[in-house]
Design a protein around this ligand. Structure first.
Ligand SMILES: NC(=O)c1ccc[n+]([C@@H]2O[C@H](COP(=O)([O-])OP(=O)(O)OC[C@H]3O[C@@H](n4cnc5c(N)ncnc54)[C@H](OP(=O)(O)O)[C@@H]3O)[C@@H](O)[C@H]2O)c1
Length: 305
């Protein structure tokens, strides 16, 4: 990055901080998503187990204190790697996990939403992470292929609220949900974060982000870099070239600029990519650049129609 683009480290270390609403859990805005640590297709052990441990240790050493995971990554493998790399955990580390899915032997992703599924999912997370209680559990609705689908999630959120009363879960979040589902869950319990699919080209949640920002609730985009199909755009590449950054860095910096309640959990199995992603807090995007980048979503929306 050019020097002109750098802010002082004190101002921007890992994007500054944000507190999960209604909690004492404050994290740097740049965190880490652990899904890429399992084997190919998020199944089985990683090709390079030592490399996976190195990524996690480097992230925490650099100040990352927000790690996103799920026991159905691997399954179990990702949580076991996190435990091996980081346990006993630093007191400031917030591990956010999710319930609502399982991986049968055919490697598909299936809903696991009965009270028994959710309860055993909590115990799987506790055992594999080596914890007595989970900081934040997102109820991950399975929705439709391309995103959330309307429908009541009251039964599942009620089960999580019961597990919270039993002390196994400290806070509840939601994932892959609609605004109506957020409101429905808030009638049952406090919702401390929402994690949905969102990035430069996938902006269906623009209004939800604004609404959550007004409530002080963090919005945590999954697939911030496009996920299984990383973002590709000539505009993004041109902007990145001009700023002396990589396209993926610009995509993450755009999210940090998009709204102060956005927290990043980019996923990577590579220490080199991790370092690039953690450096993004130092990248300032001008209003002109932001307007150019906003054009990517408009073009992507045009292609969808
Ligand atoms: N709630 C949900 O339903 C849900 C769904 C999906 C994911 N998630 C969470 O969200 C996190 C982020 O999503 P994600 O990991 O699927 O997708 P992502 O962060 O959008 O993208 C990850 C992909 O980008 C690559 N990458 C990362 N940093 C890069 C860089 N600096 N330069 C070039 N390539 C880079 C990674 O490959 P390398 O490994 O080679 O770097 C990987 O292929 C996950 O880790 C998971 O914790 C949640």
């Amino acid at each position: 990055m050019h020097n002109a683009m750098r802010k002082t480290m004190a101002e921007v270390k890992l994007g500054g901080q944000f507190t999960f609403s209604g909690t004492s859990l404050t994290v740097q805005r740049i965190g880490y998503g652990a899904m890429q640590l399992a084997g190919p297709g998020v199944w089985g052990p990683p090709k390079d187990p030592d490399g996976a441990i190195a990524v996690l240790r480097e992230a925490v050493a650099a100040g990352v204190n927000h790690i996103d995971t799920a026991d159905f990554y691997g399954p179990h493998v990702t949580n076991q790697i996190i435990r091996k790399a980081l346990h006993p955990y630093p007191s400031e580390l917030v591990i956010v996990t999710k319930l609502g899915a399982c991986r049968p032997p055919d490697k598909s992703w299936q809903p696991a939403i009965s009270p028994q599924d959710l309860t055993s999912g909590v115990h799987d997370n506790l055992r594999n992470l080596g914890l007595d209680a989970l900081d934040i559990v997102n109820y991950r609705a399975m929705g439709a292929i391309h995103g959330p689908a309307e429908g009541s999630i009251v039964e599942q959120v009620t089960v999580l609220a019961d597990l919270r009363r039993k002390g196994l879960i400290r806070h509840i979040g939601l994932s892959n949900v609609t605004a109506a589902q957020v409101a429905g869950a808030q009638a049952i319990t406090d919702v401390v974060c929402v994690q949905n699919n969102y990035n430069l080209a996938q902006r269906h949640d623009d209004a939800l982000i604004e609404d959550l920002a007004r409530q002080g609730i963090p919005y945590v985009p999954f697939f911030p870099l496009g996920g299984f199909t990383p973002l590709q755009s000539s505009t993004l590449s041109h902007v990145a070239d001009r700023l002396g950054a990589t396209p993926m860095q610009v995509a993450l910096a755009w999210l940090l600029h998009r709204s102060p309640n956005i927290l990043l959990i980019p996923g990577t199995s590579s220490v080199a990519h991790l370092r690039e992603n953690l450096a993004v807090g130092q990248l300032t995007l001008s209003p002109q650049v932001l307007a150019q980048l906003d054009g990517i979503a408009a073009a992507a929306a045009g292609e969808e129609h």
